[in-house]
Design a binder for this molecule. Structure first.
Ligand code: GLC
Length: 435
């Protein structure tokens, strides 16, 4: 008797591919980023009074979720507490919360409801670092009891988040520095989380980052199922075998609302990061820092709407795809993803009527342009050279045109593409160099 195999708990994550990161808290009222308290050494007791003004009259979780949906996003991750310690949720272990101060609202409850109604997966960010606890700066030495109390408080809050809002899909930890996973008692915390939310995905920052080792890892750091690696503002796979995600801001710096940052990434720039991430096999978590009143900055809305237009036309190449940019060099032209026997060329640089590339081993049955069935693409192969002919002079999708190639099997690169530094293939390269 064969039993249906349970889907891995991270199956949704690769299907989802595109998410919205949201950094929002009392710092948004100042508009100088989420770390303004520490970076500008503001007087903490003065800064904490911002909570008395934080009423967020324009906060509407349904609107946030609708904007994410329209952009083609499938999940959101909201800061339940950032490094300043202010909580957007009801907490029995803190008064520095949106329920105990001016707003008198549990924004996490409203947010979770907004996500669910829009069919988005629910992600919650939680900063372990907490600047409203002086002992966070002092450390455990000489303050053992108070430090232990602080760690108990973080565990209690994570327990609250895992208990009070129904199923959570993704817990996104941050701010672990300068302490080790052992000092956060991360294994114990993980066990609490898994007992309350068996299906939740947890990001790598809880147990120690493999890549930087800045935060000494613990014995759970090598686990694969149920974990996601995060790559902040760079596209570099951690090589752990876990699903991974690239997070990026829409302007130059800071994740929380930053009024002085006038240079928003253009839509083609955002598109390029999304394509490179997808080609490398990563999800794309794009950040919005809503204003203090709860509304989105206008340029963020425009960028998201433009990406939405693109994802509606080209989603087939994106959702549920695997990265394929490593299969062979397609760099003169763009990035690649794959699904089954289909290879998707994400053409970021459009060279006109013929697109030439080489390195693909498979036979190509046919080629089509996503969203443009009317354009007939013919495929010509001469040895290792492949030419796609009959293309229009101008790109059918100005942002990034995707060409799907139906192949005779799973996409594979020719032998010489497998050794970027020629190694065993020196002869192949030398022969080619003499032609
Ligand atoms: C950093 C920052 C933080 C931000 C996060 C997002 O760790 O300290 O402000 O929330 O990156 O990845």
């Amino acid at each position: 008797m064969s039993e249906a195999k349970a889907k891995p708990i991270d199956a949704w994550f690769n299907e989802a591919k595109f998410g919205m990161f949201l950094h929002w808290g009392i710092y948004a009222l100042l508009g100088r980023g989420e770390q303004v308290l520490f970076r500008e050494h503001l007087v903490p007791s003065e800064y904490f009074k911002l909570a008395d003004q934080f009423t967020a009259p324009k906060f509407d979780a349904h609107e946030w979720a609708a904007i994410a949906r329209d952009a083609g996003m499938n999940y959101m991750v909201l800061t339940s507490k950032h490094h300043d310690g202010f909580c957007l949720f009801e907490s029995e272990v803190s008064d520095f919360t949106s329920t105990a101060t001016a707003a008198r609202r549990d924004f996490i409850a409203e947010y979770v409801e907004g996500c669910r109604q829009a069919g988005l997966r629910v992600g919650i960010y939680y900063s372990l670092a907490d600047w409203h606890w002086p002992v966070y700066f002092e450390g455990p030495e000489g303050h053992e009891d108070e430090f232990a109390e602080f760690i108990d408080y973080t565990h209690a809050q994570v327990r609250e988040l895992c208990t009070n809002y129904g199923p959570i899909d993704f817990l996104w930890f941050d701010g672990q520095w300068p302490y080790s996973a052992a000092q956060w008692r991360a294994v114990e915390l993980d066990d609490i989380i898994r007992s309350l939310q068996p299906q939740v995905l947890i990001n790598d920052r809880l147990h120690g980052e493999k890549l930087t080792r800045l935060h000494p890892p613990d014995e759970y750091a090598d686990r694969i199922e149920g974990y996601v690696d995060s790559s902040e503002r760079r596209i570099s796979a951690t090589g752990t075998g876990r699903p991974w995600e690239v997070c990026e801001v829409m302007h130059r710096r800071w994740w929380g609302y930053s009024a002085g940052d006038r240079h928003w990434k253009s839509v083609p720039e955002l598109m390029t990061i999304m394509a490179q991430a997808a080609g490398a096999g990563a999800n794309f978590l794009l950040n919005v820092g809503p204003k203090g009143d709860g509304s989105f900055p206008e340029p963020a809305q425009q960028g998201l709407a433009a990406l939405g237009e693109w994802t509606r036309q080209n989603g087939e190449a994106f959702y549920g795809s695997q990265g394929a940019s490593h299969l062979f060099e397609f760099l003169t032209t763009g990035c690649m993803t794959q699904k089954g026997n289909t290879l998707y060329l994400w053409v970021l640089r459009w060279h006109g009527e013929t697109l030439h590339f080489c390195g693909l081993k498979n036979d190509i049955h046919c080629a089509r342009i996503l969203g443009h069935d009317d354009i007939e693409v013919s495929v010509r192969r001469e040895g290792e050279n492949i030419y796609l002919d009959g293309l229009p002079q101008e790109p059918p999708n100005e942002l990034c045109t995707v060409i799907a190639l139906e192949l005779d099997g799973k996409p594979e690169g020719l032998e010489w593409t497998k050794h970027p530094l020629w190694g065993d293939n020196a002869k192949i390269y030398a022969d080619w160099a003499r032609t």
